[in-house]
Design a protein around this ligand. Structure first.
Ligand SMILES: Cc1cc2nc3c(=O)[nH]c(=O)nc-3n(C[C@H](O)[C@H](O)[C@H](O)COP(=O)(O)OP(=O)(O)OC[C@H]3O[C@@H](n4cnc5c(N)ncnc54)[C@H](O)[C@@H]3O)c2cc1C
Ligand code: FES
Length: 288
């Protein structure tokens, strides 16, 4: 299976989550490492119902401004139900995220819609979970550790180009997860190295669930490990989104799914089941 040949299936259908549209005050806005920022928003209705792996759409135009028109999708990085606060961690890429960076604590100007999408299929009984995330993709995985039922064993691998770009350590540590950080800079982030490390640590007592986001190569590795260990693997996909609500069809997964109409990343995902690897046909089994 090459990195471009992963195939995905939609998770079993569930009731569409209740979606809230609110104006959220910024309660905290701080830099994270060298590349990212952590924004916390007062959004009690969303915090109350958000599930691991879901996201929000944030409109960054200020009152009286009409651009940027389209909201930007952001994974829910942390959930504090008691305080009614959700956190996101983001990288400045273009116009929308640059505008987002300008919002200071106390401002109540952000329109937020959520929680959106199908999150990870997290069991309500203790289990062994492996989280494999790269770059900003880690933000879709952190709430799995944060919301895990007591007794759940989580190993969280985070990968990035360099140390300053690593995400998630704080939330993983405070959730009791075992953290494994790898970087291109340190030379330990190549999938073969990661695979050796994970086999060393987990082969004797493998996880039942593997969740991943942020790298196709790591998703392929997760597919292979899931097949070896008999684990279930799920991936959170990214797509350009205009509405986040299932209306515009701009986020269809195109050829990624074998049968039926292409699922929408915003509505049927962003989390999908990673199908098992296609069986390999050995030369000796080819009929002559
Ligand atoms: C479900 C979901 C969850 C996400 N969670 C996060 C998150 O937690 N933190 C975070 O920083 N980002 C996240 N993203 C990506 C984020 O939405 C984009 O980076 C953001 O919309 C860029 O907006 P912009 O106006 O700054 O950049 P634009 O000016 O719109 O684009 C700047 C550059 O980024 C690229 N880009 C824009 N949107 C995407 C996208 N969705 N995927 C890949 N490339 C894109 C464009 O092609 C362009 O090259 C998520 C995306 C999805 C779909
Ligand atoms: S973003 Fe509009 S349908 Fe998915």
């Amino acid at each position: 299976v090459s990195t471009t040949e992963l195939s995905y299936s939609a998770l079993h259908p569930v009731d569409r989550p209740r979606i809230h549209h609110l104006r959220a005050a910024v309660t905290r806005h701080v830099p994270v490492g060298t590349d990212h920022a952590h924004l916390e928003l007062s959004a009690p209705a969303i915090a109350a119902e958000a599930r691991p792996g879901q996201f929000v759409m944030i409109t960054v135009a200020r009152d009286g401004q009409d651009t940027p028109v389209l909201p930007r999708p952001m994974a829910i990085y942390s959930i504090d139900r008691a305080a009614g606060v959700i956190g996101i961690v983001y990288t400045v890429r273009g116009r929308g995220t640059k505008a987002l960076r300008g919002f200071a604590p106390g401002e109540a100007a952000l329109h937020v819609v959520g929680p959106l999408g199908r999150g990870f299929d997290v069991p309500e009984i203790p289990s062994r979970v492996l989280l494999v995330g790269r770059g900003i993709g880690v933000c879709s995985l952190t709430t799995v550790a944060q919301c895990a039922v007591p007794g759940t064993e989580v190993l969280a691998l985070t990968s990035a180009r360099h140390t300053g770009a690593l995400v998630g350590a704080e939330i993983y540590r405070s959730s009791g997860a075992t953290l494994l950080e790898v970087t291109d800079e340190a030379g330990d982030s190549a999938p073969e190295r990661v695979e050796r490390e994970l086999l060393n640590r987990l082969d004797a007592r493998p996880p039942e669930l593997i969740f991943t986001c942020g790298s196709n190569r790591l998703a392929t590795l997760c597919q292979r490990l899931a097949a070896r260990w008999g684990a279930r693997a799920q991936v959170s996909l990214e797509a350009h989104m205009a509405c986040g609500l299932g209306y515009c069809h701009g986020c269809a997964t195109a050829g990624a799914v074998a049968a039926g109409e292409s699922p929408l990343v915003c509505q049927d995902g962003p989390v999908f089941v990673i199908d098992p690897p296609a069986p390999t046909v050995s030369r000796s089994s080819i009929p002559r």
